[in-house]
Design a protein around this ligand. Structure first.
Ligand SMILES: *Cc1c(COP(=O)(O)O)cnc(C)c1O
Length: 401
């Protein structure tokens, strides 16, 4: 069917990375597995977002916020010295240069603007290491909203500085003492809290996960990465489109936003997961946090905890659209170890003068490995999203190096 809605991008005939099917389905994944009270709240978010996304007024206001507050557009940086050493042509999409230092700001500014449009006065969010919590607190402060951030007690101990940063920005940080006292439990608690507060609060999910419409909405809000990069590649590359498009995958939002700009091209899409958090590479179908997707599970179907030196990749699942892209074969998912990521971070620092987030270093680690073993043929052009800057990881790196 021909795509006629004004806000959608042209997509291939199978609709890859277009709108999900009815009830937020991406193939056999996605959906809205919530109690009725939350399903109703999700329907309201869905309706409000569809209207907003079709409204040039909303689009314009968001584009302006992204420009004047977040620093968009971000540059496309050719990695000259590293490219020469690897025998490929590597270009970095610099999300590390946004305000707050990662792509997460693209999503939260969009959802915060939507919340004000819906008449909500408060944002609810979950956070693991604090990156999404800080971005949410930032957007809330900017738009005059309150922010309540749920965070596992263990993460609060481990991430004292980010907890302080959220409080500095005026957010309330609520410790979660259930279960493993980390991200998975913080997410469950945030959803539970939202049930009793849907009238005045918007739940701001941090990645392309959760019940419909979140996976689709967050991908659309991150699409700006892929669209900017597409235009920049068109200007920079003789072929217009890179041979490979690479991004790291935790829940999968920076990858989904990047892939969305190239899904209708010949570019090969590669999502790089942490060895210990490889939902797309090693997960099995299941339902968690309101959606059906791929999750790391034991033989009884219990979710098994993820482990990664990169906090943002420490999630035992992946967004439903990535699960579908994997099944379709449109994108490929690979894993790298903590050690490979750390070595890649050092290499980028010393060849290009950029200290990447450990999450982003996973994507680079695969590029380095693939250039070495011929998976990336000599002379290939590679677009890689550098999802964030490494400042937050310096104390981890200092311990390990
Ligand atoms: C949170 C985070 C990620 C992982 O989240 P996605 O939703 O998979 O993009 C990756 N990189 C950085 C810098 C992050 O902060």
């Amino acid at each position: 069917m021909r795509n006629v809605s004004p806000w959608r991008e042209p997509v291939p005939p199978d609709g890859t990375m277009g709108e999900p099917r009815a009830r937020g389905r991406f193939g056999q994944y996605g959906g809205r597995y919530t109690p009725e009270s939350l399903a109703q709240a999700c329907r309201e978010v869905d309706e409000a977002f569809r209207r907003a996304w079709a409204d040039p007024g909303f689009r314009g206001a968001l584009a302006r916020l992204l420009a004047v507050h977040a620093g968009r557009p971000t540059p496309l940086t050719p990695a000259h010295r590293l490219s020469e050493a690897l025998g490929v042509r590597l270009y970095l999409k610099r999300e590390d240069l946004t305000h707050t230092g990662s792509h997460k700001i693209n999503n939260v500014l969009g959802q915060a603007l939507l919340a004000t449009r819906m008449g909500r006065r408060r944002l609810i969010a979950e956070t693991g290491a604090g990156q999404h919590g800080v971005a949410t607190a930032t957007a809330a402060a900017l738009l005059g909203l309150e922010a309540t951030v749920f965070m596992g007690e263990r993460d609060i101990e481990r991430q004292a500085l980010n907890v302080f940063r959220m409080r500095m920005l005026g957010a309330e940080v609520v410790p979660v003492t259930a279960g493993s006292r980390t991200l998975k439990d913080a997410t469950s608690e945030a959803m539970r809290h939202w049930v009793g507060a849907t009238g005045d609060s918007h739940y701001c999910v941090g990645s392309v996960v959760g019940p419909d419409p979140y996976p689709w909405m967050v991908r659309e809000l991150q699409r700006v990465i892929g669209e900017e990069a597409r235009g920049q590649c068109a200007a920079e590359l003789r072929t217009g489109v890179p041979d490979h498009v690479v991004a790291c995958v935790g829940g999968g939002s920076n990858a989904a936003g990047t892939f969305a700009g190239f899904a209708d091209t010949t570019a090969r899409l590669v999502g790089v997961e942490a060895q210990g958090g490889a939902g797309a590479s090693r997960g099995r179908p299941g339902v968690m946090h309101g959606c059906r997707s791929l999750f790391l599970q034991d033989d009884d179907g219990q979710i098994t905890p993820a482990h990664s030196a990169a906090a943002g990749l420490d999630y035992p699942g992946v967004g439903p659209e990535h699960a579908h892209l994997r099944d379709l074969g449109r994108a490929r998912y690979v894993t790298v170890t903590d050690e490979e990521a750390i070595a890649a971070a050092v290499r980028l620092a010393r060849t290009e003068g950029i200290v990447p987030a450990l999450e982003s270093a996973h994507a680079l680690a695969w590029v380095i490995r693939a250039a070495g073993d011929g998976d990336l043929p000599a002379g290939s052009t590679v677009l890689m999203t550098l999802s964030g800057r490494g400042d937050k990881d310096l104390s981890t790196l200092k311990e390990l190096l």
